[in-house]
Design a protein around this ligand. Structure first.
Ligand SMILES: [Zn+2]
Length: 169
């Protein structure tokens, strides 16, 4: 099998090109939405620096994931509508110059990545935000990981450019 970027001959079971680092897509990394589960989503998240586990409190399972630089993320898989929904909360921390309106305005404005985030006030002290990643007819690990990265970059860039300080949680 040849790397589609640099042309190197790579073993058939390679995940990455040894020369240029491109993630190699094989039939085993491309899935139909109905074949995607939370383990698959979590594996993609781990590849961009998240550490997480699949949790079930009440109702459907979801992923809770931590990242060194980003707020914790909750990720739901809505198989029936072919969506992965990353969600996060920003706690309102005393000393931080935050107001609900500022935060929601920043979150709800359009991101350059073409992915909308929607923000809301979760309770008296927390702000929530979520977006949706459509799985389409097929989805590969590389593409999903790229979409998730873009969504997060867009979100954090958007919020940070507004002057709001992100919190880890
Ligand atoms: Zn290559």
């Amino acid at each position: 099998m040849q790397c589609t970027r640099c042309g190197l001959d790579v073993p058939d079971d390679a995940s990455f090109c040894m020369s240029c680092g491109l993630r190699i897509e094989t039939p085993s990394t491309i899935r139909r939405p109905e074949d995607i589960d939370l383990d698959w989503v979590l594996k993609c998240m781990v590849s961009i620096g998240y550490d997480g586990e699949i949790t079930e409190i009440e109702g459907p399972k979801f992923i809770t994931a931590r990242h060194e630089k980003h707020p914790n993320l909750i990720v739901e898989l809505r198989s029936n509508v072919g969506l992965v929904v990353p969600r996060l909360y920003y706690p309102s921390v005393s000393g931080a110059d935050l107001s609900n309106i500022e935060f929601l305005r920043a979150v709800n404005s359009f991101n350059a990545t073409s992915l909308w985030w929607t923000g809301w006030v979760a309770d008296d002290s927390d702000f929530g935000a979520n977006t949706e990643i459509a799985l389409g007819t097929t989805m590969s690990e590389a593409r999903f990981t790229q979409l998730l990265s873009n969504a997060l970059d867009g979100f954090f860039g958007n919020v940070e450019s507004s002057g709001l300080v992100p919190f880890l949680r």
